[in-house]
Ligand binder design. Structure first.
Ligand code: ATR
Length: 281
């Protein structure tokens, strides 16, 4: 890796930030493309976020990703947001413009869509309803992506029903809130199933879900990436469904930021997946 006095600098602000895989993946790309630049973790507490963002331009930093717990707060601090970020109500990618103002977007929807394109190229948004589990921040970005893809019916299943109903009210058609108790019958006729809950993550219980009603042609996407093969993906894979793991979305959501800060559109390759996966074992 080359880091000269002229190096471009970007990074990620989070609290805690030490578990973030973003430094590993951006620095892989910097090395791979021979770019004079560096991507570093910035451990920033909530109380320090505003000051940290406002100092970026003074330090000559090209931009940052923001992660938990900063995505919603950062949305309110930056100078400019795009329509996707406004629909999601959160940002994850901030670029420092030439005059120092902060322009932000949310690339999670893009990451989700590109992950499906890459790993389930045969999936057709018109193939049937989609069912989405979970109504947190990650879910919002995915629901916006599914709306943009033109899915005609999106069934939103969440343990806390009011949270699903609030999201349905906010985002509108074609969302429908489905009670948690009806999660298995909600699988009927779907073309896509997405888990955005924390169930199945290391140290968490699995998502208890009988897949008998799930069509064999449905694609199953779990955005949990630690472990890479969640109990849901294993069960779906064993019955012949095409599965998409959470690493793919993580890698694709990073691409627009890298391009904006370092001037090169990076590709998601098997070598990158292997490099980031080594860190997940
Ligand atoms: P993120 O921003 O990453 O999406 P989040 O906002 O904490 O995270 O959302 C976590 C999601 O996982 C929520 O949909 C949550 O359901 P509730 O809204 O009912 O809290 C879901 N979740 C977490 N633990 C769960 C469990 N044991 N059973 C069912 N759903 C669970």
């Amino acid at each position: 890796m080359t880091i000269s006095g002229n190096a471009r600098i970007a990074g990620i602000m989070g609290w805690p930030v030490k578990h973030s895989r973003s430094p590993r993946l951006h620095n892989f790309w910097l090395d791979h493309y021979g770019i004079d630049g560096v991507y570093v973790p910035f451990p920033v507490e909530a109380s320090g976020l505003e000051a940290a963002l406002h100092v970026l331009s003074k330090l000559g930093i090209a931009g940052v990703n923001v992660t938990v717990p900063h995505k919603e707060r950062a949305f309110r601090i930056v100078d400019e947001t795009d329509e996707t970020a406004r629909r999601i109500g959160a940002v994850n990618t901030i670029t420092v413009a030439g005059d120092g103002h902060l322009a932000a977007t949310n690339t999670d929807s893009y990451g989700f869509t590109e992950a499906l394109r890459a790993r389930a190229p045969g999936w057709d948004p018109a193939s049937g309803p989609a069912v989405v589990f979970g109504a947190g921040g990650a879910s919002r970005a995915i629901l916006v992506a599914l709306q943009d893809l033109g899915v005609a019916e999106i069934r939103l299943v969440n343990r806390t029903r009011e949270r699903a109903e609030a999201l349905v009210d906010e985002l509108g058609v074609p969302l429908i809130a489905v009670p948690w108790a009806e999660r298995e019958s909600a699988l009927q006729d779907v073309g896509l199933l997405v888990n955005t809950t924390t169930l199945g993550m290391q140290g968490q219980p699995p998502l208890e879900l009988g897949l008998d009603d799930l069509p064999e042609a449905a694609v199953v996407n779990d955005i949990v990436y630690a472990p890479l093969h969640t109990p849901l993906l294993r069960a779906a894979g064993q019955r012949g469904n095409i599965v998409v793991d959470g690493l793919e979305m993580l890698l694709h959501q990073a691409r627009p930021g890298f391009r904006a800060w370092f001037g090169h559109k990076p590709e998601v390759t098997e070598a990158l997946r292997r490099f980031v996966t080594e860190d997940l074992l």
